[in-house]
Design a protein around this ligand. Structure first.
Ligand code: SF4
Ligand code: SF4
Length: 472
């Protein structure tokens, strides 16, 4: 039996199989233990987070009224830490060459039917200009793992290209990077290239299942993959984003594993994950979700999101266009703080219709960015294109310290209004522009600090007069 040690450097000790199984037994045995569930809810109200065991008891609760309290608390915590802003971003697929064998992804090395493509620097410019013209300021770079086609030099050059493109009033101000697990040295290079968050999905925390689903390629090494966030932190990247692909193994196992991973980062580096993503498996070329028998219902998925929000209240949570409009609507209430909008999940997809059929997964939400912005406003959220923290040095421990202490809504909210104003002036359709202006008028008085309220008003005026990139 392997010992459980959250501060260990070994994957099998900090994501400990026996501890997960015991946690699952404990949660299921207490599904009707009202006193215990209530006491955990009481602790959660203090907004300091929960352990994986406590969080799993909430997830397992079969008490209707207490479940209602769980959902309400998730909503409260979301507001407390992040106010009502929702940050928008877009994925940018650089290359779908991949040597790995992930059976749930159409880019796996043995798929001979999918067209392979890697963007040149010139093509990256075209994609980025198209993204800037939509209004995006924040990207998540995606690339398969292929040491010949997508070496680290290619990724670094692409980041430089992206940051260097200034087209009209557009600029990509934050590039987050989702590439395969790599070495400390390469993480250091990514840090020097000024990436925002390094994102790596674990896919599944169940080692046995992981090895079944990844039979070849570098990613088949569970330990190397699971310890990647440690190497990223050692390389100086202090904002890391994690996620599992719900549907590969039981959602219960993944939920507990994910929180243990967050606890491990806290224990070793004093910084939890900057973001947690919650993708669910979707159809794609060569992929049928029915081949995976661990799918979870919409209701349970919503509860997973709510319980992660409660367990890690300081962490940003992301849902992508894999989910439908209706599901995103529901999840936004429960704790999601970032969403993608107007996304294309194929290489070259922002300029090129011919890429249809080469998507990494099918989108359930195909609306344009403008439609998503206007929809968010109609749901009383404040769409945000803010990228301020990274540029103000609010990263890693500094960022987490701030969020844990007071939440960051008092900074997010004004920045959201100013960046939304930029979007309104530069890119929005007439209807959305009108709705943005109404929302800003409605929201400005909600900024509690008078000084910040007045400087935000001033900045909004400055944006109208042509000044860009204002933030606190
Ligand atoms: Fe390659 Fe990533 Fe797809 Fe796996 S999930 S096949 S590593 S692109
Ligand atoms: Fe994100 Fe910081 Fe901007 Fe808030 S202020 S939206 S946390 S970058």
């Amino acid at each position: 039996m392997t010992k459980y040690d959250p501060a260990s450097t070994k994957a099998v000790e900090f994501i400990n199989h026996e501890e997960i199984l015991e946690t699952l037994d404990y949660g299921r045995a207490n599904a009707h233990n009202r006193d215990l569930i209530k006491s955990i809810l009481e602790k959660a109200r203090k907004a300091k987070g929960l352990s994986h065991r406590e969080a799993f008891v909430l997830l397992s609760s079969k008490e209707e009224d207490l479940n209602e309290e769980i959902f309400n608390l998730a909503k409260e915590l979301k507001h407390k830490f992040y106010a009502n802003r929702i940050v928008l971003f877009a994925p940018l697929y650089l290359s779908n060459y991949c040597v790995n064998g992930c059976v749930y992804c159409p880019y796996h090395g043995q798929n001979r039917t999918i067209p392979r493509r890697k963007l040149t620097q010139e093509e990256i410019k075209e994609q980025v200009i198209a993204l800037q013209d939509l209004g995006h300021k924040r990207l998540a770079l995606e690339a398969g793992e292929d040491p010949i086609n997508n070496p680290i030099e290619y990724i670094l050059e692409s980041i430089k290209t992206i940051y260097g493109i200034k087209h009209k009033n557009g600029a990509i101000r934050r590039v987050n990077v989702n590439i395969a697990a790599t070495t400390v040295e390469n993480y250091r290079k990514l840090k020097e290239a000024e990436i925002g968050t390094y994102i790596l999905f674990q896919e599944t925390y169940n080692k046995k299942q992981y090895e079944e689903l990844h039979k070849f390629g570098p990613k088949s090494n569970y330990e190397y993959h699971t310890e990647a966030m440690d190497r990223a932190m050692e390389g100086g990247i202090d904002d890391v984003g994690m996620g599992v692909l719900y549907g590969l193994d039981s959602y219960e196992y993944e939920f507990v594993g994910q929180l243990m991973h967050a606890e491990h980062l806290e224990a070793r580096f004093n910084v939890g994950p900057h973001t947690i993503s919650v993708p669910r498996i979707q159809p794609a070329d060569d992929i049928d979700p029915d081949d995976f028998d661990n799918s979870l219902s919409d209701d349970m998925f919503a509860k997973v999101v709510a319980c992660i929000r409660i367990a890690a209240p300081y962490t940003g949570m992301i849902v992508s266009t894999r989910e439908s409009e209706a599901m995103r609507d529901r999840l936004l209430e429960l704790g999601i703080s970032q969403i993608s909008g107007g996304s294309k999940t194929s290489v070259g997809g922002y300029t090129d219709d011919e890429t249809v059929g080469s998507d990494q997964f099918e989108l359930s939400d195909n609306r344009s960015l403008d439609e998503v912005v206007d929809w968010l406003i109609s749901k009383n959220h404040v769409p945000s294109f803010c990228t301020a923290c990274y540029r103000k040095g609010r990263t890693g421990e500094v960022f987490m310290g701030m969020v844990k202490e007071h939440g960051i809504g008092n900074i997010c909210h004004p920045n959201a209004l100013v960046t939304l104003k930029e979007y309104g002036v530069d890119y929005a359709s007439p209807q959305t522009k009108t709705d943005i202006d109404k929302l800003i008028e409605r929201e400005l008085p909600n900024i509690e600090n008078e000084g910040i309220r007045e400087s935000t008003r001033e900045n909004i005026k400055n944006v109208e007069e042509g000044i860009r990139d204002l933030y606190i």
